[in-house]
Design a binder for this molecule. Structure first.
Ligand SMILES: [Zn+2]
Length: 191
């Protein structure tokens, strides 16, 4: 098997052409993420660099190993601007691929709608705090998007429905000046 399609060194990247995965003979593009780069680890498992931003070029990228369960969306050593751009994510993915020896594991099956909806509701409930409403961002979910396998639009629709169904749990703020929408997990009741 040739290793050539998967360079180990980070390189400037064009939008990648769909390319079959040698292991399974088909292109794996989980719903809701754009795969920007892939690296092989020492045991032929793939390390992904992906974005959940809409459009062909993302602003923020995450890294996930499909051998071990290593996944990272930000640089914990930085105090600001912690999210990875493409170059940073590529470096992190390459470093991980160089040292990881985990064997390839199966691609997660796509969960059904009810399961994902429940996961999102749980996420919102867990975000609630006692002192104030807590803003939640869809990008907070970046690390689990490979298992959620849903588009941004689908996730936003679930949040909007939650605002309607359970207004005591979640509220939405719409900007007067733009399309910008913010979601808040409401503060917990006093007792
Ligand atoms: Zn790994």
């Amino acid at each position: 098997m040739s290793l050539t399609p998967f360079a180990r060194r980070p390189e400037p990247v064009e939008a990648p052409a769909p390319e079959p995965w040698p292991e399974i003979g088909e292109t794996w593009k989980p719903e809701g993420v754009t795969i920007a780069q892939r690296y092989y680890n020492q045991a032929h498992a793939v390390v992904l660099v992906y974005t959940t931003d809409d459009g062909p070029h993302g602003t923020y990228y995450s890294v996930a190993c499909l051998g071990c369960h290593y996944a990272t969306a930000k640089d914990g050593k930085r105090t600001y601007s912690t999210r990875y751009g493409l170059a940073d994510a590529a470096t992190v993915a390459n470093e991980h691929a160089t040292t990881c020896r985990a064997l390839p594991r199966d691609i997660p099956a796509r969960p059904d709608d009810d399961t994902v909806r429940e996961q999102l509701h749980t996420w919102v409930r867990r975000s609630r705090r006692r002192d104030e409403d807590t803003q939640v961002w869809v990008s907070d979910l970046d690390l689990i998007r490979l298992t959620l396998q849903r588009t941004n639009d689908w996730i936003v629709a679930v949040l909007n429905q939650l605002v309607v169904d359970e207004p005591e749990i979640m509220r939405v703020e719409r900007s007067q000046y733009s399309d910008y929408v913010s979601y808040y997990a409401r503060r917990l009741p006093e007792n």
